[in-house]
Design a binder for this molecule. Sequence first.
Ligand code: FAD
Length: 337
Amino acid sequence: MNLSEYNGVWVYAEQRQGVLQKVALELLGKGKGLAQELGCPLTAVLFGDQVEKLGEELLAYGADQVIYVEDKALSHYSTEAYTQALCQLTLERKPNIILMGATFLGRDLGPRVSARLATGLTADCTDLHIQEETSNLLMTRPAFGGNLMATIVCTEHRPQMATVRPGVFTKAAKNHESIDLSKVEKVSMDFSQLKDKVRFVEAVKELKQTVDITEVEFIVSGGRGVGSKENFKILQELADALGGTVAGSRAAVEAGWVPPANQVGQTGKTVRPIIYVACGISGSIQHLAGMQESEYIIAINKDDEAPIMKVADLGLVGDLNHIIPELKEQLLLAKAN
Ligand SMILES: Cc1cc2nc3c(=O)[nH]c(=O)nc-3n(C[C@H](O)[C@H](O)[C@H](O)COP(=O)(O)OP(=O)(O)OC[C@H]3O[C@@H](n4cnc5c(N)ncnc54)[C@H](O)[C@@H]3O)c2cc1C
């Protein structure tokens, strides 16, 4: 394989029902920096039906160019059709790097594409850098149950592929000035030979009153130290006073005190709220992986040597059963004045 033929950073711009997913905008932010270091363009790649209008938005979020494939076969996600589209484009255009979100869709599409192109993929990366001497992509991710971070390099094959979970990088800044729509390119593709064994029947949207914890500004998170499901009531009251949401550690989720969708950490979600209140959470490396980028961390723990204290901006040492109601009262008082 002639590696020098491969050039450019691609971000797979995941959209659902015509709405760009936040992770795609986060990857554009990171991808921009990587492309600048390599001195190459940043390209957003978009698939779907009637998605052309999203091209302008992707340029506004920092893509130098947008390539999109529009077809009825792409109107709903299908492994075969999307794999064909990404493989065909990659073989024709030879990008050096492809980044995609570690979403349900990205986790299905990424490995399939990398296997078909006989290249490597590093899943669930927490950091990406360019190696100065070789210009290879350094892909960092937790290994051995999150106890150490491994940096993986794809030295012999191209493209270099990585998936990144939502919330790991910050969203690119939006700039609507000087957008050049000639940078949005439509690529025609023939899907008539597609051997798709899956037939799309119907998309059923489950209507649940859930909040996406990766989007909220204030999180009150509880761990094993909260002691019971009933006791989460005091966390909920504090969250209500803050205008935030309750989340938890894996221990709290496994105990059935917090829904799995609100688990913070390596196997949960990565959050970066303005305030993260960790109540009765020890601060295992797997938990920290999901919250240490929060702007302001308050830890409430009876153990002043708990690892959470090392990342906390404010550590409150004592029994959470006394501290949380007091904190809520003080907050309501401050709000009232
Ligand atoms: C592969 C792998 C993936 C994992 N993924 C995740 C993940 O995504 N998220 C995650 O959270 N964990 C994850 N874990 C589990 C992780 O290793 C820890 O076991 C877990 O985070 C511990 O949860 P905790 O802090 O709630 O409980 P503990 O570690 O038991 O800590 C409880 C804390 O509460 C304090 N406490 C007790 N009573 C009180 C009180 N009355 N007032 C104040 N403080 C009190 C204690 O001092 C202690 O610090 C993962 C583990 C593995 C192996």
